[in-house]
Design a protein around this ligand. Sequence first.
Ligand code: SF4
Ligand code: SF4
Length: 306
Amino acid sequence: MKKFADPLLTARNEKRAHVAPLGLRTLWFNTGTLCNIACAHCYIESSPTNDRLLYLTRAEVAAYLDELEEFRPMAEEAGFTGGEPFMNPDILGMLEDAMARGFRALVLTNAMRPMMRPRLREGLVSLRRRFGNSLILRVSLDHYAPALHDAERGEGGFQETLKGLKWLAREGFALHVAGRTCWGEEEETLRQSYAALFREEGVALDAFSEEALVLFPEMDETADVPEITEGCWKILGVKPEAIMCADSRMVVKRKGSPFPVVLSCTLLPYDSRFEMGRSLKESQKPISLNHPHCARFCVLGGASCS
Ligand code: SF4
Ligand code: SF4
């Protein structure tokens, strides 16, 4: 039998690991895969032409937010990812709807031109006035040095993102930054260098806080990884409750589909085996870890996209 094929058994005929649903803490929305840029290692292959995941509408998101209310008190956050969320024409309305219901709204953005358009800036400032720190922007700045960020994201990308980040900081938004560790530097060196950049640029962000500066490890997507069995949890000292799909899900709308569906997590947007149903309630079932990403990113790598 091939590896990662059978949802119940591994290639060696051992019981495959599962993650049981605990409820919902964070509900992610993929607002659409279109992005203003095409990064070399974008896990979701976003670009100015990739519309495999369509723009969600405000009404579609609102229906899921209504259902998310049933998952209180655990449910606390709505996450918005893309593509570039600020390209979705309904993004401001979606954020307003999430926060008006009392959820925190976390937006993953490159802080480039789509966010900096006057209508978006005005809208964001008004949301910030109304909802304060319930709105968090997590800006992707791959490295503290322009050359390495630009190697990933295209020339001039660093300066443009920095401009967006500085604007957000000036306006007093709650900010996080997402960087990457793939260039072989020690974490301490990275954090010190980001801290120096933030200081120089007047961005009030604590680079030594793991929440404020999230550093994502690099995973080789082509490397062979072992399958995770039920016995692995104990051997590895990893708890299934700590895995992203224990308490979060992601809503997407596939091209050609008339309605959105709920996926296990943010990491497997195109694999139909990880579609959990149309409603949040239906999505609350155990997840079989039968994708290499489950082993690579979540169980062995210790990385969770959220
Ligand atoms: S900015 Fe983000 S979504 Fe867009 S291509 Fe780069 S990594 Fe992908
Ligand atoms: S890749 Fe997704 S489904 Fe697999 S373990 Fe990670 S969070 Fe769960």
